[in-house]
Design a protein around this ligand. Structure first.
Ligand code: FAD
Length: 307
């Protein structure tokens, strides 16, 4: 059985959070406060982002290591292949397995803006899935309790570099064929976009679980940045409602409700769980969780791993 990734037969939807490695001491303090709050909700796993080209390798590995040794949480390590050699990536996967990581989200990463940066040995996330499976085969003795759970990205709206939505579905199928166990979606703003993705993926032969990635949409700035950076189609009605809100508390209520509506629609459409993009903040994420009634009892302290 996999230790990370959406459970196949749980009576409740799978629950996971995305965190990013802190960039300063004060950011680390906020993050650890968030981690302790989120830990109380007993998620299936927490994912840790990774800078494209490995720009934050040390802080990512450090956070993964601390999650494994100081909390009851199971980490899913994001890994990007853009700009890196096969040897570098095999070595990193090896390091993660040795650390105790049992789940990897295999991504391509965004193309570096620096024109001098090389493309690396691998072109697509599907190549990285194959490489992770290769690294796994070399380490079967270490993984005697099972295999790695390997996740990939999926897009409810067209990936900005993609010629079409159908092309993205082909890319998802290739990632499944390469050995992916599950997919997590990029943020989306319209509930029917998730249903459309799942329907098209199933028609094309993708049968792995597809988890909707949802983000508490509590600020106009966040909405703008998302649609600018990730090329996501904007929900202008929500943007107007947030812009007209009288204060932060009202904005938070509006944003949380919009996120809950998105998550509920995805769950109604058969999503096996939800993945919450937290921005390392717990308050809005917990509001969303409570509205969805997805909070679970904390794991007893005695079960926290110490080594
Ligand atoms: P791919 O699946 O390789 O797709 C990239 C593009 O190539 C797409 O347009 C696709 O249609 C096309 N394509 C794929 N295969 C082929 C093929 N065989 N032939 C032709 N075209 C093909 N970025 C980070 O830097 N760090 C992170 O931690 C991170 N975490 C993320 C987590 C999630 C859940 C998601 C959804 C995204 C995350 N990203 C992260 C962003 C991601 O790296 C970018 O969206 C990136 O541009 C594409 O990554 P991918 O893994 O989807 O790539």
């Amino acid at each position: 059985a996999h230790s990370v990734g959406p459970p196949a037969s749980e009576p409740y939807p799978a629950l996971s959070y995305e965190l990013f490695p802190p960039r300063s001491t004060s950011a680390a303090e906020t993050l650890w406060c968030t981690i302790r709050e989120l830990e109380q909700t007993s998620p299936d796993y927490v994912s840790v982002t990774y800078g494209a080209s490995g720009s934050n390798r040390d802080t990512a590995v450090d956070l993964l290591s601390r999650l494994l040794t100081e909390t009851a949480l199971r980490p899913l390590a994001h890994l990007t292949c853009v700009g890196n050699t096969r040897e570098y990536l095999l070595d990193l996967v090896d390091e993660l397995i040795t650390l105790g990581v049992r789940g990897i989200l295999a991504l391509r990463g965004d193309t570096p803006k620096d024109p001098g940066a090389g493309p690396g040995d691998l072109s697509y996330a599907s190549d990285l899935v194959k490489l992770v499976r290769e690294a796994e085969r070399r380490r079967t003795a270490h993984l005697c309790a099972g295999r790695l759970a390997v996740g990939v990205a999926a897009y409810a709206t067209r990936h900005p570099e993609s010629p079409s939505f159908d092309h993205d579905i082909e890319a998802l199928l290739a990632k499944q064929a390469a050995g992916a166990d599950f997919a997590i979606t990029q943020v989306f703003f319209f509930p029917d976009h998730f249903q459309r993705l799942v329907a098209a993926a199933r028609r094309a032969g993708v049968d792995i679980p597809i988890i909707p990635g949802v983000m508490p949409l509590t600020s106009v700035r966040r909405l703008d940045r998302l649609s600018e950076l990730a090329g996501i189609e904007m929900d202008y009605a929500l943007r107007d409602r947030l812009a007209a809100a009288e204060d932060d508390a009202a904005r938070r209520r509006i944003g949380v409700q919009a996120t809950v509506d998105l998550a509920n629609a995805a769950l109604d459409a058969g999503a096996p769980g939800i993945h919450l993009y937290t921005f390392n903040e717990h308050a809005a994420a917990l509001d969303v969780l409570d509205s969805l009634q997805l909070r679970r009892p904390p794991v007893p302290r005695g079960l926290v791993r110490t080594a």
